[in-house]
Design a protein. Sequence first.
Lengths: 337, 260
Amino acid sequence: MELSVLLPFIVNVIIGGLVLGFVYAIIALGYTMVYGVLQLINFAHSEVFITGAVVGFEVFRILQNSAMNGYLKLLIALVAAMIVSGLLNVLIERLAYRPLRGAPRLVPLITAIGVSLILQDTLRFLEGLQGRFDLTYTLPTGFADKFCATTSSCAPLGNFLRTIGVDVQLKDVILVIVALVSLGLLNYVVNRTRLGKAIRAVSQDRVTAGLMGIDSNLMISATFLIGGALGGVSGVLFGMKFGTINAYSGFDPGIIAFTAAVLGGIGSIPGAVLGGLLLGVIQNLIGVTNIFGNLLGLANLGTIDASYSKIGPFIVLVLILIFKPTGLLGKSNVEKV
Amino acid sequence: MSHLSTHLTTAPTPAAAPDTTGTPMLALTDIHSYYDHIHALKGITLNAYEGEIVALIGGNGAGKTTTLRTVSGMMKPRTGTLSYLGEDVAGKPAHQTMQMGMSHVPEGRRIFAQLTVRENLEVGAYTITDKKLIEERVQEGFAYFPRLKERENQLGGTMSGGEQQMLAIARALMVNPRLLLLDEPSMGLSPLFVEAIFDIIVKLNKEHNTTVLLVEQNANMALAIAHRAYVLQTGEMKLSGKASDIAKDESVRKAYLGDE
């Protein structure tokens, strides 16, 4: 492979990785926020997230023949997924985790895995009632086209990107914009509002937050609502990106996003974003090992194709746990006495 | 005797004793509290009248902290009555009692280490929604503790113990409490800081008529600024009365004031 072909190829692999990474980042936020307030790894988050993807599928399916603007359809899908996933997450905490608040840590952890399995089969059952298992997104017209390929007004930008070899679809660009807006909103809520300050206070010291008049249970519910809503957003983005999902599709991205949260430093919001982006890129690079192998004349590497790509995040997880257990941006909680 | 007198010279003078003939602001009657199976409070009866500084002294494990925790609602008494401003507040959670004008500065200060000094104060003002009022209170806090103003944007966890104690008190004052519960405010502080903290307590009491329930290991200091005092021992009330009388009591002097 010539350098003139290889460079754009690598650029696209990285861009694809970043796009995927944004999905992981938004999912990872759900894990990290809940961990922040409860020190609980909410393994049900992968299903909260895939529930969002199913809601998105349903919205696009119901609206597929409507003449409505595609972006409006997307907005409805996002809002519906946020509401359903957000409320589902609140409900899970209320019914499954809160009664176990005083129990040893392992108990809610196993409960979370149980909730995860229950939700998977509930989703499969609900879609099965309508004779569906694999759910294929019916995206609005144009979403799967090349970015700025047809619209005349942005054709110059599209042409420019193609000249430098960047090859993205409109839906990828939409995905990144939605992810950035979500991150911006979250950052505002957490760092600039009274609610955000209260959530941070509860995540640092629940008992003392109570002495400040903060109802910690309410803040824990708020955290599950926000984390769940982000899960809903990421579900729709995931469905848009991969096109076909089913009730069990949450597991893989869920566990990778969890790894991203640990990589960035569990409990840290910027860490979750950084971890998600890194893992997206790493996963995509591993997925093209065969191409690098061919290039370097190493035939053995030729068998390592995209189907191996998921080992990347886990190798990273093991390394991070060995060398920097607090994660890249995580803080070890040293308290001054 | 010399030990006591050196301390007394540095302690600020409290305001004249307030009227203690009416209904007390805070009344605990035969309170029993437990940590699982440990019987921590064995029938505590205690009153605090509006405008009083009441000291709670006693050794380790006497139940001083548990008494404060029970009052603020961090824990629920098993039996007994607890009334505050004429209302039964036994078992009312802390986030509700504090809305009734009660502020609790917990043992060990419990500063939010990852929040800045200003954010700590703002969290203290969580129940206030008027932004202007919050800012006013933050400035009042800075006026009481100029040191905090200098540290405004520093993370709470990076400050010294004395500064953290100032922040903990300033944070509790954000809501302009009627009843302030202070748990060991002098613990681990240098004498200079101890003096500053006790000055503030007296000043608050004089200027705002804030009622203070003060738990202290430093009994000398506590008795010097308090109007009345209670002595606890292994969960029971041993003695109560005017602080100046308690300070003269032979058994108290031997047990808590370092007299031979």
